[in-house]
Design a protein. Structure first.
Length: 492
């Protein structure tokens, strides 16, 4: 089984000469990540075997390691690794920069090391190799107590974005004991080949492919210009509910909603009418996402008031109460903290007896409490540990409100490749020129199909009922074909 190492990380190779360190490193890591004392002897001396250049070579090695770790780049330190003070200094430096650090122990039999050495064009002097083998026996017993994240034997390894480090075991659990999970496609960008003239056709292709891939829902962002986390303010960006109406005509099965509707952007009663209309025209597939709204610059650009958080919370709480009244029987009057509606009237009413409401935001004191009291689901961001904590807080709020636990959903980005080479190619093509591959891969959760199966299994185990997935390479239906393989692992 191939071991997944988090990227970035520090890998310290430890073992006597001719034990296989450089060969192993070259098989499993890109050349630019390996810092080799032998190669640096050739840089500052007459060649890799220029022992007189060792002091200068190690001084240069230390500088390179320090710079790479400060930049949080994967670094494989290819030396003998027998100097305990040096090893511990590298480990301390890794800890200072928040990088995982593993040692790889090359416990190659002495006879094999000697045989390999005899086959070299330039041999290690016999007495020097004997001294290294003697030192190795003492070092071998020290490694486990030095504080590495792991001490490994040389074995097949691959680097993955940190959230996938435990994915192989989770993917195995999903294969052995499958669990269900709903998937929503999150559309956050509309930059298609052919420009705006091709937008309608490309969007239809993607919507149809999403249904074929097994997605349960399609969501759009409720913004009026692109947000800085995704693109530029002047990028083409479609209005949310007009787009959802178009998607209703393009699809037949997926649920449709805004993730999430900014509570400040529309009259709330009017919003209720919009969602009811979407539900009728889609055949009962509307989802109502609601959130505080956060993008102040967008409000300013459009001339909208951006109230303080306290006022927006009052408006959100009123909306959570008003909308079900609006979609229900009669025309009751409503007066809340921020809203007054003399007649909560909506005809036609939604086809669904109950339009599901999703509250977006992970605020543990107010947002999740409002979701627990009034909504059907809460949508949160964050890593696995954060999601686990949010699930616990949400369930506590539900218990306090006298309700059964509501669904927890999770919004994330996923760049999916068929294999490691495919993933590397996608990362290289999509990453910004000034962002290194490892940090971009981590930011977009770049991984193989199996990596994502494991990651989503862990989210399901943390309490997530639905994942809303943004695919950063979604300019054609092709990424949906790869994502379909992930979804299939969570279907009966």
């Amino acid at each position: 089984m191939t071991l997944a190492l988090p990227s970035p990380c520090v890998v310290v190779l430890v073992g006597p000469g001719a034990s296989g360190k450089s060969t192993w490193a070259a098989e499993h890591f890109p050349a630019e990540t390996i810092v080799s004392s032998d190669r640096l002897r050739a840089v500052v001396g007459a060649g890799e075997d220029d022992i007189a250049a060792s002091t200068d070579a190690f001084a240069l090695l230390e500088q390179i390691v320090a710079v790479r770790l400060a930049r949080r780049l994967t670094t494989v330190i290819d030396t003998l690794g027998l100097d305990t003070d040096r090893r511990r200094a590298w480990l301390a430096l890794a800890r200072r920069h928040g990088l995982p650090c593993v040692a790889v122990a090359f416990d190659t039999p002495a006879a094999e090391c000697r045989a390999r050495n005899r086959g070299r064009a330039k041999r290690i002097p016999a007495d020097a190799l004997t001294a290294q083998l003697r030192s190795w026996r003492a070092v071998r017993d020290l490694l486990a107590a030095e504080g590495y994240d792991e001490v490994l034997a040389p074995q097949p390894v691959r680097q993955v974005a940190a959230p996938f480090a435990t994915s192989p075991a989770a993917a195995a659990r999903q294969q052995e004991r499958p669990t269900g999970l709903r998937f929503g496609l999150h559309l956050s960008a509309f930059a298609f080949d052919g420009g705006k003239a091709a937008t309608a056709a490309r969007l239809r292709e993607i919507a149809v492919a999403a249904e074929e891939a097994g997605f349960d829902a399609i969501y759009v962002m409720d913004h009026f210009r692109q947000i800085p986390q995704v693109g530029r303010a002047w990028d083409d960006f479609l209005e949310s509910y007009t787009t959802l109406a178009y998607l209703a005509a393009c699809t037949s099965r997926v649920r449709l909603g805004a993730l999430v509707t900014g509570i400040t952007y529309r009259n709330v009663a009017h919003l209720g009418k919009i969602i009811a209309t979407l539900d009728v025209l889609s055949g009962g597939r509307a989802v109502c996402g609601l959130g505080l709204a956060w993008f102040k610059a967008e409000h300013t650009a459009y001339g909208w008031e951006f109230p303080p958080a306290r006022s927006r919370y009052a408006l959100l709480e009123d909306a959570l109460t008003l909308l079900p009244l609006l979609w229900g029987p009669g025309s009751p009057a409503f007066e809340g903290k921020a809203l007054r509606v003399p007649e909560a009237t909506c005809y036609p009413r939604p086809l669904q007896d109950h339009v599901p409401i999703v509250v977006g935001g992970g605020g543990e004191r107010r947002t999740l409490r409002l979701a627990a009291r009034h909504a059907d689901a809460a949508n949160v961001l964050g890593d696995l540990d954060t999601v686990r904590r949010k699930a616990s807080v949400l369930h506590a709020h539900c218990a306090a409100a006298g309700r059964d636990p509501i669904d927890l959903t999770h919004l994330c980005t996923a760049l999916v490749g068929d294999d490691d080479r495919s993933v590397a190619g996608l990362v290289d093509r999509l990453r910004p020129r000034r962002q290194d591959a490892a940090s971009y891969a981590a930011a977009v959760h770049a991984g193989t199909v199996d990596d994502h199966i494991g990651r989503f299994r862990e989210l399901a185990e943390a309490g997530v009922a639905e994942v809303m997935v943004r695919l950063p390479d979604l300019t054609s239906p092709e990424p949906l074909v790869r994502m379909a393989k992930v979804i299939a692992a969570f279907r009966p």
